[in-house]
Design a binder for this molecule. Structure first.
Ligand code: AMP
Length: 217
């Protein structure tokens, strides 16, 4: 299974990605996670990308494509992968197509999680995340049992620097301008499956699984 998860920030891509990767035994590759890991560990890549993430702007295509190509060349991607947060521009999508076709491969499906803008702003500005294990919370809808402490691992629950309201609005407009055109791009290729991301997490998950299982038949 070679899959792409598409959707605006806050659509629930990360949550759904975990379930999909587990069910189909494929690695979950999140470019956002790769960048954040490098920033946290103060690597050269981290220093290069930090200001883009802080502003909610996109990291340049050449750099992002190089990181993803390197990742897809690793052994655990031999039987497939789930890309989360990549591609985010038409240029990235074309680079991915090219790179796959060099190996006589193509994507199997693109899952588009659809959520309206107003819902995204509420979700993201209230989002809290465990710095250690990545478990997500919401300040109002799903707070941890003890404030600031992760229910799962006891790690610190924080407000991501790019989840503040101004940055969130910027990330959403970047999505609308640069990433939303990918919906038509993949629709034309007959790869797109759209699911309503405002439904409960388990309903969204069941719909994705049944679409992918049908696709595999
Ligand atoms: P995410 O966790 O997917 O919301 O990504 C967080 C941030 O990482 C984005 O706001 C961008 O600054 C950067 N980023 C992640 N994926 C990409 C990508 N495919 N292209 C450019 N920038 C990206």
């Amino acid at each position: 299974m070679k899959l792409v998860l598409l959707g605006p920030p806050g659509a629930g891509k990360g949550t759904q990605a975990t379930g999909i990767a587990e069910k189909y035994a494929i690695p979950h590759i999140s470019t956002g996670d790769i960048f954040r890991y490098n920033i946290k560990n103060e690597t050269e890549l981290g220093r290069e990308v930090k200001s883009y993430l802080d502003q909610g702007a996109l990291v340049p295509d050449t750099l992002t494509v190089r990181i993803v190509k390197d990742r897809l060349n690793q052994a655990d991607c031999a039987n497939g992968f789930l890309l989360d947060g990549f591609p985010r521009t038409i240029a990235q999508a074309e680079a991915l197509d090219e790179s796959l076709s060099e190996q006589n491969e193509t994507l199997d499906a693109v899952i588009n999680i659809d959520v309206q803008k107003e819902v995204l702003i509420t979700r993201l500005s209230g989002r809290r995340v465990c710095k250690d294990c990545g478990e997500t919370y919401h300040a109002v809808n799903k707070p941890p049992k003890q404030e600031g402490v992760c229910d799962v691992c006891g790690g610190p629950v924080i407000h991501r620097a790019d989840d503040t309201e101004d940055t969130v609005r910027n990330r959403i407009s970047v999505y609308e301008e640069q990433t939303a055109p990918l919906i038509a791009y993949y629709e034309q290729k007959g790869l797109l499956f759209t699911v309503d991301g405002t439904e409960p997490v388990h309903v969204v998950q069941e719909k994705i699984f049944s679409a992918l299982d049908k696709d595999a038949d």
